[in-house]
Design a protein around this ligand. Sequence first.
Ligand SMILES: Cc1ncc(COP(=O)(O)O)c(C=O)c1O
Length: 391
Amino acid sequence: MLADRVKYMEESATLAAAAKARELAAAGRDIISLTLGEPDFTTPEAITKAAKESIDSGKASFYTPPSGLPALKEAVQDYMSQYYGYPVQTSQVLVTTGAKMALAAFFLSVLNQGDQVLLPTPYWVSYVEQVILAQGQAVFVEGKEERNFKIEVRQLEELWNERVKVLLLNNPSNPTGNLYTEEELEAIANWAIQRKVLILADDIYGRLVYNQAEFVSIASLSPEIRKQTVVITGVSKTYAMTGWRIGFAVGPQEIIQAMGKLTSQLTSNPATVAQYAAIAALKGGQEEAEKMRLAFEERLNTIYPLLNQVPGFHVTKSQGAFYLFPNVEEAMKLKGFSKVSDFTNDLLETVGVALVSGDAFGSPNHVRLSYATDLDTLKEAITRLEQYMNV
Ligand SMILES: Cc1ncc(COP(=O)(O)O)c(C=O)c1O
């Protein structure tokens, strides 16, 4: 009865891991879930207030232009000037139902059957499924652990052929939290310009960087690279607004307009009330966003050394997003597991700590731990990991 495109599609592994943890918790088990990629904070009050006003005044009752409210697109323009350092036209901005929809619209708008997307590993779970849905082919570029999982031009050149259309760069990365330097990005941009490869810059975590690390988007490097780069970002992670479902795509007009045609047929506009909330976030949410960023930074700095002391866990300190991605190869061996999903299942069953197994991200020896949870809970989780490993 079903079409192949859904029959062979994988469910989101992160959502599945979170669902399993919730199920056990509902059955009365004491579970700490460090699976989900969303801030534990609620949306700041000034933002929810703007949303309520849009409901009370009746403004939220209606459709908006499919590409987004003009005032929101203008706020995105200001955002680009402020954080990316270059001006854009409103015709280069598309508002979408979460950044996820912007990514899907991009792939569906630029890929023909068999076109290749270079995808650095480890990668966020949805990219592969979205590329396949758009009839493209994901080609993996191995992010080596000794290079903080960052790819090099040499590897891109080795994989390049006429069918390579897109290079995806998720910076900072989910699941590793790594961050590319300006120099590294320059090299990649020069290669992409030379090879005429589009860049999909998933910058959703761009504002969440820590300990004086500086986020530079590849799009900010030069007008040349901007001509072939689509930036994806949004309010979900920075302003604790995952539930509102607002993302943005910013890039060359031709691609953005095509993506807009597509989303106008698939979703019409993103929810009007959420767009009003997003305007308030972009215009006045910086102080609250900074408080949350500082909280994530404190958590990272507290739990990183603790996690590294857990027997068999080896982790590099991440610079952005809110994930740590420890190598657990040794821990798996100590516990007698060869598959990381068996290891995470046992961990969940034995000490009630839920992590996402790295195979979902293309890394069979790692687990992802989200530190978007309060410090006490995080410390308790690490104590349990230690107990588990010491038995
Ligand atoms: C790397 C990455 N890109 C995009 C998204 C999607 O963001 P949104 O919730 O705005 O759809 C996520 C969410 O987990 C993500 O981790």
